[in-house]
Design a protein around this ligand. Structure first.
Ligand code: ZN
Length: 305
């Protein structure tokens, strides 16, 4: 449990720009929700927007005087989820006294938002999933690093059975540019599975994308990204869950699959589970690939169950 040394009556100094206030107050509310009875009034805390001149650093805390610098240009380009992560991370240093922690779960997910980089080769954070965010906030205040119960490491892909319906099968189609399937009925509110097998993608020396709704599962050079496009004040930004998975050999033929059960999405590459997260129900019932310059051979299978 957390103990504070604030018996003195000395007035505390807080300088918090208006655009940061909500994030800072949310941090203290979350702290109290997790049993740390801390209040902003008890701390000196000064935030500054600066130019950090370093693309990989978006904020920094000086724990000696609780002064936190945020890169002004980067702040403008970040989604609300990334902004929350950044402020919580810096307050984790300054207020909770936490240091960087780079522990990694089974599938490459960072165990803590106190990892040294939001996007790194070491591990990956998924702060735009509500369930993952809840895990990370809990870990920040309680330092418990247990893979959440909903992360079913034994999840496997479904096979088509008489109970499957709305089945769409395209067995090896050849196309140039991109394959696009509009208004696919599989993508209703029921649970579903979508798999795309790219038969010759390494020959074409490129990445493969399984895009659905405003989201993408992207595979490039043994690195995976799950990407969501979000509209923030008339500008599109991308939330990226980025993972560099070590040790999976990929052939010319690679299968990407998404299995949806209730709000949970399971992502597979060549039948290996790579990530689990929650997503909101999608709006736009389209599935499509990225563009290719030359002929791509692809098989597609989707169904409800
Ligand atoms: Zn840090």
């Amino acid at each position: 449990m957390f103990c504070l040394l604030c018996a003195c009556n000395k007035e505390k100094t807080q300088v918090i720009p208006e655009e940061l206030e909500d994030y800072v107050h949310a941090f203290f509310r979350d702290a109290r929700k997790h049993g740390n009875n801390i209040h902003i009034e008890d701390f000196d805390l000064i935030f500054d927007f600066v130019q950090l001149n370093n693309d990989s650093v978006s904020g920094r805390c000086n724990a000696s005087n609780n002064r936190i610098e945020i890169d002004a240009a980067l702040w403008e380009r970040k989604s609300d989820d990334v902004k929350t992560w950044l402020i919580y991370h810096e307050l984790g240093h300054c207020i909770l006294g936490r240091e960087h922690y780079n522990g990694v779960f089974y599938n490459g997910e960072c165990q803590s938002m106190m990892c040294s980089d939001f996007i790194s080769d070491n591990c990956s954070t998924n702060f735009f999933s509500d369930a993952w965010k809840a895990y990370y906030v809990q870990e920040l205040f309680c330092e418990e690093r247990i893979l959440p119960d909903w992360y079913d490491t034994d999840a496997t892909l479904e096979i088509i059975t008489p109970l499957s319906y709305n089945t769409v099968i395209l067995d090896t189609v050849i196309f140039d540019d991109r394959l696009r399937i509009d208004s696919i009925s599989v993508l209703d509110d029921a649970d579903f599975q979508i798999c795309m097998t790219f038969h010759n993608w390494q020959d074409l020396g490129t990445c493969i994308h399984l895009n659905w709704d405003s989201k993408s599962l992207v595979l490039c050079d043994n690195k995976f990204t799950i990407r969501e496009k979000v509209l923030v004040e008339n500008t599109y930004l991308f939330n990226n869950y980025f993972q560099s998975k070590i040790g999976m050999e990929l052939d010319d033929e690679t299968t990407l699959c998404i299995l949806k059960e209730e709000e949970w999405y399971y992502f597979f590459v060549d039948m290996n589970l790579i990530h689990v997260m929650d997503f909101e129900t999608w709006v736009d019932k389209r599935v499509y690939t990225n563009s290719f310059d030359e002929n791509m051979e692809l098989s597609f299978k989707a169904f409800n169950f």
